[in-house]
Design a protein around this ligand. Structure first.
Ligand SMILES: Cc1cc2nc3c(=O)[nH]c(=O)nc-3n(C[C@H](O)[C@H](O)[C@H](O)COP(=O)(O)OP(=O)(O)OC[C@H]3O[C@@H](n4cnc5c(N)ncnc54)[C@H](O)[C@@H]3O)c2cc1C
Length: 239
């Protein structure tokens, strides 16, 4: 049974994403159409426009740009947190159709770095895998199809079980989700996931990526709204 590592692949994205956002924003305030605006739009103007839109709260132009990611090596616990973000599209590997025999799993770092806890964790995973196979075999012997057996046997699988998911999110939602999931209060796994997603976005849309920050960043609130739960990195009061 393999221990899995996080993998994020940016599979597809709207071509020229930052130009698309800037043109959508510029159109709102211009007498001329997009073809003429496009001719005049320099990289400096594009960056300035993007900042104006983002900091002025005019965020709908960001919705014209989509990013499709393939995510592998995350736990079911993490994917459950991810899919709570409703303004996105998801396709996730099925535990009904795909056998979880020898399933992969994620070990939380705090457990992984302690030899005893790690060994116990792996032992537990092996036990879950054996139980899974036991139920599949017994249910098959009772005349259930493979799919029927798997859909019941999966109830034994842990939150640590690895999953693969494809996700399409627009730039506005990517920034919103980063604001909450890059916060220290979010769990380590989804935080790592959004750090990796941000790295991919930065390669093709660096200005958008620069706004993929926790909500306490100066680009947004400039203070922490978490009160007693605050990590203490920035003041909890409004400046
Ligand atoms: C640190 C942390 C701890 C959490 N703990 C828990 C927990 O203990 N239990 C739990 O159940 N959840 C928990 N959550 C999940 C959280 O409550 C949200 O469901 C999740 O973060 C999705 O965020 P969102 O609502 O902003 O949604 P998104 O789906 O990303 O939506 C983006 C934005 O669109 C708007 N929007 C979307 N749908 C609607 C709607 N139907 N009506 C009005 N506006 C809408 C909102 O402005 C929303 O912020 C936690 C999240 C975080 C970050």
């Amino acid at each position: 049974m393999p221990e899995e590592q996080l993998r994020v692949i940016l599979l597809k994205y709207t071509p020229d994403p930052e130009e698309t956002i800037a043109l959508a924003g510029r159109l709102c305030y211009s007498r001329v159409g997009v073809p003429q605006l496009r001719e005049k739009l320099s990289p400096e103007m594009r960056e300035r426009l993007l900042k104006l839109l983002l900091e002025g709260g005019h965020h709908s132009p960001l919705e014209h740009v989509n990013f499709t990611f393939v995510v592998e090596g995350i736990s079911r616990a993490c994917s459950h947190q991810l899919v709570r973000h409703r303004l996105a599209s998801y396709s996730q590997q099925s535990q009904r159709y795909v056998s979880a025999k020898d399933f992969g799993y994620i070990i939380p770092p705090e457990i992984a770095k302690d030899d005893e806890l790690r060994a116990k964790f792996i032992e537990n995973m092996e036990r879950f895998a054996q139980s899974y196979e036991f139920y599949v075999e017994r249910l098959r012997a009772k005349g259930r199809t493979r799919e029927q057996a798997q859909e019941d046997a999966r109830f034994i699988l842990p939150n640590a079980a690895e999953t693969k998911i494809m996700m399409t999110m627009n730039a506005r939602e990517l920034i919103h989700v980063s604001n909450v999931r890059l916060c220290e209060r979010a769990q380590w796994e989804i935080r790592r996931l959004f750090e990796a997603i941000k790295e991919e976005v930065a390669k093709i849309a660096p200005t958008v990526a620069s706004y993929m920050v926790p909500k306490c960043d100066d680009k947004f609130l400039g203070y922490c709204p978490e009160g007693e739960m605050s990590c203490g990195r920035v003041p909890t009061r409004k400046p």
